[in-house]
Every structure is written in structure tokens, then in C-alpha cells.
Design a protein around this ligand. Sequence first.
Ligand code: PAF
Length: 292
Amino acid sequence: MDVFALPAEVRERTSALRRAGSRVAFVPTMGALHAGHGSLFDVARRHADCVIASIFVNPTQFGPAEDFDRYPRPFAADAAFCAAAGVDILFCPRREDMYAPEHSILVVEGALTRGLCGPFRPGHFRGVLTVVTQLLNIVQPDVAVFGQKDAQQARLIQTLVRDLHMHTRVLVAPTWRDPDGLAMSSRNQYLSSDERRHALALSQALQLGETLYAQGVRDAAQVCARMHAVCATAGAAAVIEYVEAVDFATLRPVVELVDGTLLAVCVRIGRTRLIDNVVLGRARVAREYDLV
Ligand code: PAF
């Protein structure tokens, strides 16, 4: 595995690969890698000849009171993880290589960011879209893979690529879960054992939503209320930010559940903000949304 820090080196290498006829897949990450990232690398491998990963803890997507400083950065373990997962090229830029001191262009989205995490994390998606635009411009991959756990982010990036006429196809890979259902996240390591137990309320709420849908319940408000009640079992230290049913395409709330409705929850447990979601009828809408 080759490791690069400079954008120009990566761009040169990936251009050469493409000229030689190789398909390039890209998995951007912020490190603290776990099996969920491993599954993204596997999807990337299935769609390309060469897999590139990046590790960059992007400062512009963290709010002032968020966890930028304490975000885990186990670089040696992450590099070993990538090598073992068959990543061909690892790109680890320094902050100054991504953001020149006079950096002044930001990517702002005006519709899909209005709901879900948008109002709770002002500026977050502007930071994500800005850095992902930079990374896609540097790597210029044929395919980029994002996890469904961050469904709003994944949908925004699909829209970014469409609206800015980028060359990359954005695939959304399934959420990877611990055996008890907890969606894998680098932030799970912040949870105490009690908090981790309480965190299961998120996946249990979503499972209930899926079950009700399978039983024919279509009323979004009714299903969200039942899911909210399950989230509320996460204990006194839990704050529910949202329990929503939205259309996966527009991320706007729906009245009636259909295939392609995203059920999404966000609960803060202690100091840790957890999100999770499911797409109803995922297999039936997979092709429409590049869900793999
Ligand atoms: O999902 C993440 O890890 C980050 O938001 C991303 C896409 C790598 C951008 O910094």
C-alpha cells in the first residue's frame, strides 16, 4: 500500500491509473477505522481495480462545542487496517494541504440540509460538502462509497455530484452493525458500558418501524410515535433530537410510509450523539438510489 500526504501526488497517481484503463474507487474516512469501514472497502473493491482510502479529520465539519479535539486518531492502527483490508493507496493530507490560510470557497446546500441533523449541527454539512468536493477533485474516482449510517450525508453527496456535474458515481453501502444491532461508529468508543446498553434503543426503534411497515402500517406519525417511545427507553441521560420518516430522495417528511422512506433517529446519550436509520423496502429501491 502506498501512503501519500500531498494532493498533487495522489492526483498524479490516480490520473496515471485511469490512463492505464484502471477503474478507481474511493472511500473517504476520518479514521478510527472499524469493521464498518472494512465493509466500505469491500464494496469499493467489488466496483474497481484500485481502492483508495483517505483519512482526514476535517476541522470544518465540527461545531465549536463538538469533539474535533478528542476525535480518535489512531494513525498506525488505521494504516495497518487499510493495508490488511487490501487498500492500494492511502491518502492522509495535512490540514494545511487541504485548507490554505486564505481558503475562502465553501460548498453550501439549501434543501436537503434543512431537516434531520442539519438544524442540530449548523455548518456541519457545509464542512462535509466542502471537503468531499476537494477530495473528489483530487482523487477523481470512478466510484466513491459512503455508509448508509450517515444517510443524509450520503444523499447530499449524491446530489453534490449530480449538481456539480462530477464524474463520480456515489454508492451507498449498508450500515454495519454489532451482533446486538448497534450501528458501528467511530464515536461508539466514547460510550460507557451503561450508555452502550442504552444506545441499543436506536436500532430497536428502527426495527419496530420496519416491523410495523411489514405489517402494513403506513401512517408515518403513528410509526414515529411508537419509535419515539422506544428511543425514550434509552434512560435519563438520553436526549432525543429527532425521530423522523422522510423521503430518501428529498429528505422531506412524509405522511405515508412507502418503499424508499427513510426512518431516521438521533439520540444524544451522555456526551455522545448517535444516529441510525433504515430505508423501508431497501432492496426494492436499491437501484434507484445506488444502494448496494
Ligand atoms: O463520514 C465521514 O467520515 C466524513 O464526514 C467524511 C465523508 C470523510 C468527510 O470528512
